[in-house]
Each structure stands twice: as structure tokens, then as C-alpha cells.
Design a protein. Structure first.
Length: 246
């Protein structure tokens, strides 16, 4: 079984590498351009607090943003990640209640951002842009459904392998700064559970982990250790990457 390569960088251009913006035809992108501003994603930067209305929609060009649901006890659980293949604006588009959602920069990088009011106006004004976002929203819905099933059906070792592969795909590099505490939040499990699973994957020679950092050592082995959900999610991302200009 050949090793699945990480997602490749999207073509550079005025869009600076974000897939959704790359799929918007130039006439409409020219209208989007003045609405976009660069924003550096800092490690663990809070982009949106739970309870606050979303001021911006982020289009990462590198780095990863975690979309988190915040429980009454303050516990945060990741239910989606957004990399260079997407944007954070799907909940706003669908009219989802954002009062319990937070956005945190999971890995540092760069992004383009747009005021939410401009984003919503652009969706109503620019049909090609709206279609690209609609397609992405459908993919996100499928991914959320798969993740929900994964969290219920699969053990922590398999889920961690799946999460690391997804992060590897989106980050485009082998090592990333991730603490076990943060990973426990992302997976919605206890820190001891994460420590045990990390030890299992490390002993198998699949990852290397030290304080505050995890590196993918054997991607092929990690794919074998992951649950079936990774393959399903990867297919969705590959389909999304095949988008052409609208």
C-alpha cells in the first residue's frame, strides 16, 4: 500500500494559497481582494471568544485554526479544523448559533481575513463565491458527521492517529508544536489517555514526541494505525482540492 502524501500546497497567486479563494474566478476575486487583509496566526491565539459575535472570517494560507465548542464547565472540545483548504465562515453562512463556539489558532501560520459583514454581503452579491462556500459547507458537514461517528466508535489510539494525519496533511510538515494537554482538549479525552496513546504510537515507531512537540516519523504506519475515518475524510479533502474556478 503506497504512502498517502500530505496535501500539496495550492498554487500561489493573489489568493496566497487558500483553496477556496483560488477556486473563485478572477472577475469575482478582484471584488473580494479589497475586502481581504493579511493576518498572522500566532500559536494558541484566540481568534474568537465563545459568546462573542464573529468579527472576522479567516481564510488560512498556512497554519491551522481549531473550531471549538465550549461547555458550561469551561471545557473546550474541537469539532472541526480549518486549514488552507477552507475558511471559518461556514457557521455564519448556515445561521448556526455561535454563542458556544471559539476559534483558536492551533498551529502558527498566515491567513487572509474578511469582516463577517463583508463576507455575508459578498455571498449574496457574488454567485461564484457563494457556490464555492456552499460546496465547502457540504464537505464540512460530511466531515463533522464522520468525526461524530469516530468519537463514539473508535479508541483513543486510532483517533489520535487520525488527528495527527489530518494535522500533518494540513500543516504540510512532519513536526508541530502540540502539547498533550492541548491534544486532550482537541480529542475531548483526559490528558492521561493522550499520554498512553502517544506512548503506544511512539513505541511502535510511528511518532516521536517530546515536551510540547510531536513529529510524524512513519506516516504509512500511522495510516495503518488510524481508524477508517481518516480515509473517508481524506477523500473529502481530495475532492475539495479538485475544485476549479467558478
Amino acid at each position: 500500500m503506497p504512502e498517502t502524501p500530505p496535501l500539496e500546497s495550492f498554487p500561489d497567486g493573489p489568493q496566497s494559497g487558500n483553496l477556496l479563494l483560488s477556486a473563485v474566478a478572477p472577475p469575482e476575486f478582484e471584488q473580494l481582494g479589497p475586502l481581504l487583509e493579511p493576518h498572522d496566526l500566532r500559536m494558541r491565539e484566540t481568534l474568537q471568544e465563545a459568546g462573542d459575535p464573529p468579527e472576522y472570517v479567516y481564510f488560512p494560507t498556512s497554519g491551522i485554526v481549531s473550531v471549538l465548542t465550549v461547555l458550561e464547565n469551561g471545557m473546550m472540545i474541537e469539532f472541526a479544523t480549518v486549514g488552507r483548504e477552507g475558511c471559518t465562515g461556514v457557521p455564519s453562512l448556515l445561521g448556526i448559533d455561535l454563542s458556544n463556539l471559539a476559534l483558536i489558532s492551533q498551529l502558527p501560520g498566515r491567513s487572509l481575513r474578511m469582516k463577517t459583514s463583508d463576507y455575508m454581503a459578498a455571498i449574496h452579491r457574488l454567485p461564484a463565491f457563494a457556490e464555492v462556500i456552499r460546496i465547502y459547507g457540504g464537505v464540512m458537514f460530511a466531515l463533522l458527521a464522520q468525526s461524530a461517528a469516530c468519537n463514539r466508535a473508535h479508541i483513543v489510539d486510532e483517533r489520535m492517529a487520525r488527528w495527527l494525519l489530518m494535522t500533518h496533511d494540513q500543516a504540510g510538515r512532519d513536526d508541530f508544536e502540540i502539547t498533550q494537554e492541548f491534544l486532550a482538549q482537541m480529542l475531548g479525552v483526559s490528558r492521561p489517555s493522550v499520554a498512553l496513546s502517544a506512548a503506544v504510537l511512539h513505541k511502535a515507531g510511528l511518532i516521536d514526541h517530546r515536551r510540547g512537540e510531536i513529529a510524524v516519523v512513519d506516516r504509512l504506519g500511522l495510516e495503518a494505525a488510524a481508524c477508517e475515518c481518516y480515509g473517508v475524510i481524506r477523500q473529502e479533502f481530495d475532492w475539495l482540492r479538485a475544485l476549479r474556478s467558478y
